[in-house]
Write a protein that binds this ligand. Structure first.
Ligand code: DGY
Length: 319
């Protein structure tokens, strides 16, 4: 008999096909609320649930799930929407999907970096308004990325993949991480154990650390003040890392030349003041949004569920 699982969101078609092959799957055609998830998991005696980051699996939600639930697998690498402690107490495994979205998320960081430095949004606006005036040699100039120093805050898998791409653009890498990487992973990058000491060197700063209590508002008025003038901020990690009012002040004062943001403190109702800066290149949290990656994330979540329902500890267990 197949195990009963719940996919309470609009999953990619290939993921739905695999879920139906391997399990008795109930698949939603939209993102369900947590109340609906609780109700459906009772109705179907679900043993595994795949969730997405907008579905906040709090202590309260975990308490209301039926005993049948053995695993909640988030189709994301980030897990700031899951209460790990509460799940562990109930013996429910929690898993995420590392590795499979590393490349695409690093690609989005480069997309933001190049567009921020080279004024991609303004150039597009000019073309969309029917470009009819040529520019002189001193107008509409961006920042050359080759030769610049890129600071990476959080040198995990995604941070390393951003570094690899930036090296290809001739950038020098400095990084701050809890632990220094071994030389084969560091690849000549300069390590700073102290974030504040690294900041004066960051002509461009890329945030690649998870959203935790420790990283909340790590970018604030004080940290902007330590960065070079006309620097650039890139964030593909979590909006909570940045104090957005401080970011707005840094953009208004010209301290920042530009920013590239894929993530925001509130999503999707992000701070609309940000869109009024034409030197801010914005994307709607789409780091992992390719067909290949979204399929791979769903497969990985199903793999974790399969392992638990076979009595194994899942490969991506968060506890
Ligand atoms: C992740 O996987 O954490 C991405 O940010 C998508 O939410």
């Amino acid at each position: 008999m197949k195990h009963s699982i719940l996919l309470p969101y609009l999953a990619p078609q290939n993921v739905v096909i695999l879920a139906n092959q391997k399990f008795e799957a109930v698949v939603a055609d939209r993102e369900l609320t947590t109340d609906e998830i609780i109700q459906l998991s009772h109705d179907n005696k679900s043993q595994g649930i795949v969730v997405v980051p907008k579905q906040k699996i709090t202590k309260d939600v975990i308490a209301q799930l039926p005993d049948s639930v053995k695993i909640i697998a988030t189709s994301s690498v980030g897990f700031d929407h899951l209460d790990i402690h509460a799940a562990k107490e109930r013996g429910i495994y929690l898993t995420n999907t590392p590795d499979v979205l590393t490349e695409c998320t690093a690609d989005i960081a480069m997309l933001l970096l190049l567009n921020a430095c080279r004024r991609g949004r303004e150039y597009l606006e000019i073309m969309e308004s029917g470009w009819r005036k040529t520019y002189s040699q001193s107008e509409m100039l961006g920042i050359k990325v080759s030769g610049k120093t890129l600071g990476i805050y959080g040198m995990g898998r995604i941070g390393q993949a951003v570094a690899d791409r930036a090296r290809g653009f001739g950038m020098k890498i400095v990084y701050c991480n809890r632990k220094r990487l071994p030389p084969d992973l560091e690849k000549g990058a300069t390590y700073y154990s102290d974030f504040h000491q690294m900041l004066p060197f960051c002509e461009i700063l890329s945030l690649n650390a998870p959203g935790t209590a420790e990283t909340k508002h790590i970018i604030n008025d004080e940290t902007f003040a330590l960065m070079p003038n006309r620097s650039v901020l890139i964030n593909v990690a979590r909006g909570s890392l940045v104090d957005e009012e401080a970011l707005i002040r840094a953009l208004q004062s010209g301290k920042l030349f530009a920013a590239g943001l894929d993530v925001f403190d509130k999503e999707p109702d992000y701070n609309l003041k940000l869109k009024d800066f034409h030197n801010v290149f914005l994307t709607p949290h789409m780091g992992s949004a390719t067909q290949e990656t979204r399929d791979a994330m769903g497969y990985r979540a199903l793999e974790n569920i399969g392992q638990v329902l076979k009595g194994q500890k899942p490969q991506d267990s968060l506890w």
